[in-house]
Design a protein around this ligand. Structure first.
Ligand code: KIV
Ligand code: NA
Length: 275
């Protein structure tokens, strides 16, 4: 694998080559994503739900993101990695935003950071770019604001909200973002925004016309998750396959069928006194 860069993602958009992105949160998931040939990995704050068991991304901290980001880096050193800035880590002041961003970027070895929202957040993104940190935008359904949005639901379904999302997208491009994630927006809107922007769009629940797609690792593998959202395609059944493996192991230990001779070490008994 070769590590792609910002310019090559721009070129992929121009050449209409789709960008494949998946989340990873630890060493094995990162290794598997890299081996599968993904173009970029997102160390998403969705790790709050998928691997830490929270019911939203709100409790996730900078320390959590660094801990998991480092593990992903060890598993996928040759893949472009985007790390999420977690809840409220880029809202309080420019100084705090920059110091959080510095830690996430330097300590995880990520190639870019992702921030949810626009307005003040676009201005924060411009500051990061000015400091030399590539940034990715994220609009539409922004899970860190779930309690303001009133739930996990499709955004930009009517003319006014669609027009606002287009404005936000243009503003984020203007702030210097290298890419924009569109989450849960109607495909017609995602398609129009994708045409209007020169930077690539990455969709999740945003239809086929985005420049790339991102999905959550645990969702596509149906691993440790319950009901899957409409926009997820399930590629294997981790719950069933891995669940079956662990169940059979427990049964074998209890029945004495594991370990067998071939799993067992023996001593060289020659020369030892017989009893
Ligand atoms: O945290 C995450 O997984 C994300 C993607 C779903 C875009 O932000
Ligand atoms: Na996220």
């Amino acid at each position: 694998d070769i590590l792609l860069n910002k310019q090559q993602f721009l070129q992929m958009k121009q050449d209409r080559k789709k960008i494949a992105m998946v989340t990873s949160y630890d060493y094995p998931s990162a290794k598997m994503a890299e081996a599968a040939g993904v173009d970029m990995i997102l160390v998403g704050d969705s790790l709050g739900m998928t691997v830490l068991g929270y019911d939203s991304t709100i409790p996730v901290t900078i320390e959590d993101m660094i801990h998991h980001g480092k593990a992903v880096h060890r598993g996928a050193g040759n893949t472009f990695k985007v790390v999420d800035m977690p809840f409220m880590s880029y809202h309080i002041s420019t100084a705090e935003t920059l110091s959080n961003a510095r830690r996430l970027y330097q300590e995880t070895g990520a190639q870019a950071l992702k921030l949810e929202g626009s307005g003040d957040v676009s201005r924060a993104m411009a500051k990061l770019v000015q400091a030399g940190i590539p940034v990715v935008g994220h609009i539409g359904l922004t899970p860190q604001s779930v309690n303001v949005l009133g739930g996990y639901k499709v955004q930009g379904k009517d003319k006014e909200t669609a027009a606002r999302l287009l404005e936000e997208a243009l503003e984020i491009e203007e702030a210097g973002a290298m890419m924009l994630v569109l989450e849960c927006v109607p495909r017609q809107l995602a398609s129009f925004i994708t045409e209007q922007l020169s930077i690539p769009t990455i969709g999740i629940g945003a239809g086929a016309d985005c420049d790339g797609q991102v999905l959550v690792y645990h969702d596509i593998l149906n691993y440790g998750v319950g009901r899957l959202p409409k926009f997820v395609k399930k590629y294997t059944d981790g719950n069933q396959i891995l669940g079956d493996g662990i169940t059979r192991y427990v049964q074998d230990v209890k029945s004495g069928e594991f370990p067998e001779e071939k799993h067992t070490f023996t001593m060289n008994l020659s020369g030892l006194p017989k009893e």
